[in-house]
Design a protein. Structure first.
Length: 156
């Protein structure tokens, strides 16, 4: 680090609170947290986990990944956890896995993802979730949905 004292101060922050940086590093050292991006995306508090993940990428311990791609992958599990219907969770997870994430990854390979691109990806997930909830209120499903349903959704 250019300024090691800042790093030490960061490690001391929130010392007595669960999930602080020191605890995350300790758990990482004990093998309780796998050294993978996916593991960091599940950790709380997310800000401490994100910062530690970025430090590990900077040091070459973790492979470098676009920070906005990481941000989206960190946001997604929380969004899925707030969806009440298990079938909707499954559908949104499939949509994210097979449609939204591949596009983000392809974009990240070509150039950096911008905050607007990341925001658009989250909006796609939010709109798909809202549409499924709207269908549920009408006692309809995605499988039984027709063109007339999508027109009704747009007009409301």
């Amino acid at each position: 680090m250019d300024q090691p004292r800042r790093g030490l101060a960061w490690l001391e922050m929130r010392r007595g609170q669960p999930g602080n940086a020191s605890q995350l590093l300790g758990r990482l050292g004990l093998g309780e947290i796998p050294l993978t991006h996916d593991a960091f995306h599940e950790l709380q508090p997310w800000r401490a986990a994100a910062h530690l993940e970025e430090l590990l990428m900077t040091c070459g311990v973790l492979p470098a990944v676009d920070k906005y791609l990481c941000s989206f992958q960190r946001w997604l599990p929380g969004h899925l956890a707030r969806i009440a219907d298990p079938e909707h969770v499954k559908t949104i997870k499939l949509f994210a896995t097979w449609r939204v994430l591949p596009r983000l990854r392809a974009r990240a390979e070509r150039s950096h993802i911008t905050p607007n691109v990341r925001r658009f990806a989250a909006q796609q997930i939010k709109y798909a979730t809202a549409f499924l909830q709207w269908l549920g209120k009408r006692n309809s499903t995605l499988a039984s949905c027709g063109q007339i349903d999508t027109q009704d959704a747009q007009s409301e």
